[in-house]
Design a protein around this ligand. Structure first.
Ligand SMILES: [Mg+2]
Length: 271
């Protein structure tokens, strides 16, 4: 049985208590040393993941931009290489529509609403505030090629309604907590399915584990054998996740502390 660990980054492995993800990298290295296959499933860009790789001295494969593409990292050579395109961050397999093409199919729905703004329209100051990133990290966060994140104003229900409208247009909208990530032709679940297979596991296979914190993670947590849900400091777990994942383990300790506790428990169980 292949033990495969897939994890979201923001709000799980990385948060205000470990903003650079240094402890996250140490935890993933330890898990690998115990025989786990490790993969990332994130809304971050390939450029941002490559930055983490250099910090970690570790190159786990990553579903990036909420499922828009798969960054192969140090996956062994296999079938995916033939579908990959070269980038500055190594081979990448596109899974969803390219950003320009995607924008054309969602433009009318977005421009009809005053409470929705495109991620790429935000100033550096606004983006820094939304993402909680220092300005020197923003260029990497802006380097999006397969997804279109939106800032949706008003109550959380506004995102749900807009998401439903996108679904009718044949698009996928995933609520990442801070942003609504829109894609066409893929989502985190599709990306995670490819990633699990590439790691020698399979969707739903025994030994597959996933960790996420926001509704946008549901599609990938539904295809692992054991799902763990992290909550933010001072907040409950997302109700929408509990409804969609009735068998998930709810981690009591918030944020990256809870995430590290899950990783430590998996590593201990592997001994
Ligand atoms: Mg998250």
């Amino acid at each position: 049985m292949v033990r495969a660990f897939l994890t979201d980054l923001d709000g799980c492995a990385i948060d205000a208590a470990d903003p650079k993800g240094i402890r996250a990298g140490q935890a993933l290295a330890m898990l690998r040393a115990r025989g786990w296959a490790v993969g990332i499933v994130t809304s971050r860009t390939a450029a941002e993941v490559a930055q983490l790789w250099s910090l970690w001295d570790l190159r786990p494969p990553a579903v990036v931009e909420s499922g828009g593409a798969l960054l192969l990292g140090d996956l062994p050579d296999g079938a995916l290489r033939s579908r990959a395109m070269p980038t500055a961050f190594g081979p990448v397999v596109p899974l969803g529509a390219a950003a320009d093409d995607l924008w054309e199919s969602m433009r009318d729905a977005v421009e009809a609403r005053a409470d929705v703004r495109r991620f790429r329209q935000l100033s550096d100051a606004e983006l820094s505030e939304v993402l909680g990133l220092p300005t020197e990290d923003l260029a990497r966060a802006r380097d999006r090629r397969w997804s279109e994140p939106l800032v949706v104003g008003g109550p959380r229900e506004s995102r749900t309604l807009l998401g439903a409208e996108f679904e009718r247009l044949g698009l996928h909208a995933a609520d990442g907590g801070k942003l609504l990530h829109v894609l066409r032709g893929s989502d985190k679940g599709r990306g995670a399915a490819e990633l699990l297979t590439a790691l020698g596991s399979a969707p739903g296979a025994a030994g597959s584990v996933g960790v996420g914190d926001a509704p946008g993670d549901v599609s990938f947590l539904q295809i692992v054998a054991s799902a763990f849900v992290i909550r933010a400091e001072g907040k409950p777990h997302f109700p929408a996740m509990l409804a969609a994942l009735p068998r998930a383990h709810l981690v009591a300790e918030p944020g990256s502390a809870g995430w590290r506790r899950v990783v430590a428990a998996l590593a201990a169980a592997a001994d």
